[in-house]
Design a protein around this ligand. Structure first.
Ligand code: NDP
Ligand code: A1CAB
Length: 269
């Protein structure tokens, strides 16, 4: 894949640029657009990547990655429409926005691939789900998957599943950070120094994640192995069940899915 331009270098845009650089992509083959000059200068200084306008991005890049908030999509598509054609490749990272929105607002036959990544791209551990739009060929999908594989893992899903994916893995890192934050607070409650509580919980999270990633045992078995008869863990599990933590997670992720659907509906014709 040649030059990639990220349109909107905020949190996820920067995570992608940073991950691609760490994955070996030369800075000369990356571009970004950004509406705040100070932010643009900061990113150029940090990664050596040039900031350009949308017109130059469309002219120089083979792949245009849209990473603006869904609320900002309409003016960007209006700007892009006269600049792209069927030889371009547009990749959307935006929660909720269907490929049909792009196909409606851009000229005929512009290929669009919808992707839901997550911020662990920054450390080469993203989980990304990819869905081709109407005009995207297998070759386009392969190119996008190759790009995403350099910053983590990739699955292809039917586009109808993207709102669920967004709620699960797009937002997923936030749930783990929230859990870690709450567990560190518990350490403070029990009288541990914050730095010690942080180290204990972060390393426990890393260890648990590595065991899960190995995939040799189901999470239920891994949890059971920690839960000794008449021991400490079962007392904690009883409290988690009593406070409805499992039901809270189901409801939380369903609410995130509903918001993704709503973001897409806001741009229906
Ligand atoms: N953050 C995450 O974990 C994930 C985010 N996403 C998706 O990625 C997209 C971006 O999210 P996130 O990075 O969190 O949001 P941010 O607000 O951090 O980033 C978006 C950036 O785009 C800028 N921008 C808006 N319009 C334009 C434009 N026309 N030209 C150039 N820059 C523009 C914004 O400027 P300004 O600051 O002025 O608004 C902002 O800097 C969203 O659609 C989101 O759904 C997907 C997966 C994960
Ligand atoms: O919160 C959001 O809307 C974005 C999409 C997935 C993660 N962050």
């Amino acid at each position: 894949m040649g030059t990639i331009a990220v349109l909107g270098a905020g949190k996820i845009g920067e995570a992608l640029l940073s991950g691609l650089i760490s994955g070996g992509k030369p800075a000369e083959e990356l571009l970004f657009t950004e509406r705040h000059p100070e932010r643009a200068a900061e990113l150029t200084e940090r990664y050596g990547i040039a900031s350009v306008g949308v017109a130059e991005a469309a002219k120089r890049a083979e792949v245009l990655v849209v990473a603006v908030k869904p609320q900002d999509i309409e003016p960007l598509l209006a700007e892009l429409a006269p600049l792209v054609d069927s030889g371009s490749l547009v990749v959307s990272l935006c929660a909720g926005l269907p490929t049909t929105l792009y196909e409606r607002k851009l000229p005929d036959a512009v290929p669009v691939v919808r992707v839901m990544p997550n911020t662990p791209m920054l450390v080469g551990e993203a989980m990304s789900a990819v869905s081709p739009g109407r005009y995207a060929t297998a070759e386009h999908v392969r190119a996008v998957e190759d790009m995403l594989r350099s910053v983590g893992k990739v699955v292809e899903v039917p586009e109808a599943q993207q709102d669920a994916v967004t709620a699960l893995s797009g937002s997923g890192p936030a749930y783990f950070f929230y859990l870690v934050e709450a567990m560190i607070d518990a350490g403070i409650l029990l009288g541990l120094p914050r730095a010690v509580a942080e180290q204990l919980i972060v390393q426990s999270a890393v260890g648990a994640a590595k065991m899960l990633a190995q995939g040799s045992e189901h999470p239920v078995l891994l949890r059971e192995a920690v839960t000794s008869p008449a021991g400490t863990t079962i007392n904690a599990i009883r409290e988690l069940e009593r406070h409805g933590v499992r039901a809270a997670l189901l409801a939380a992720i369903e609410a995130a899915r509903d918001r993704s659907v709503e973001l897409g509906k806001a741009h229906e014709a």
